[in-house]
Design a protein. Structure first.
Length: 213
């Protein structure tokens, strides 16, 4: 019996002890919850993803996975979504890795993407640079693929921002395991950027040989 004057705390109900479902759960059905343990977000993408702020969901197939957009991507404002997806390219944990890479790629494929991305280059390029500077090889390659996709849309308009990413690329160029992939990437940047891109590339990668010579 409880002592006089002492009130016993009510027992915690089983419902109160149940973990609350997260908005992000609908994006990753049948996968381990990436938020099951405390972790410091590696990029703004993780925080937005956790709140259900990415307007697409991950669909698991028997062979390959794909994204299902809740809103047609051509009607989605690129600012800030494209920037957030670019930030996510430096993540290392699934499903962040898949959603950011595929979302970035698919958003750049929509009609009118070339016009939409030009004013966002000052925001997107630094995010790509962070991925290119990452020590993880897969993160670097996602950043490089993203840069080439962006180059294919922005063309010459990307030249003014190339110097910000070439310093990271040049370090990988010096590594034998990355040299072939980086060389092909530099050739693509030169083709997309035109003759004005060559002196920019060579200023950071002096040993690069033009694709046209």
């Amino acid at each position: 019996m409880a002592s006089p004057g002492v009130r016993c705390a009510p027992a915690e109900s089983s419902a109160a002890r149940q973990p609350q479902s997260k908005i992000s759960d609908r994006l990753t059905p049948s996968t381990a919850d990436p938020f099951s343990s405390p972790r410091k977000a590696q990029s703004p993408f993780a925080a937005v993803y956790a709140k259900g702020g990415i307007p697409c969901r991950l669909v698991h197939g028997s062979v390959k996975h794909k994204l299902h957009w809740e809103t047609p991507p051509e009607s989605i404002a690129f600012d800030p979504l494209l920037v957030i997806l670019a930030e996510g390219l430096r993540e290392t944990k699934y499903p962040y890795t898949f959603v950011s890479r595929e979302g970035f790629r698919e958003l750049l494929l929509v009609e009118g993407a070339s016009e939409k991305i030009r004013p966002l280059l000052p925001k997107v390029v630094p995010a790509l640079r962070a991925a290119l500077a990452h020590e993880d090889t897969e993160v670097f390659e996602r950043g490089l693929d993203g840069l080439l996709q962006l180059s294919g849309m922005a063309r010459c308009d990307l030249n003014g921002h190339l110097k910000h990413v070439l310093a990271c690329i040049s370090k990988k160029f010096m590594q034998k395991k990355h040299r072939e992939k980086v060389t092909l990437a530099l050739q693509t940047l030169e083709r997309n950027g035109g003759k004005e891109s060559l002196p920019i590339i060579k200023s950071k990668v002096p040993t690069y040989s033009s694709v046209y010579f």
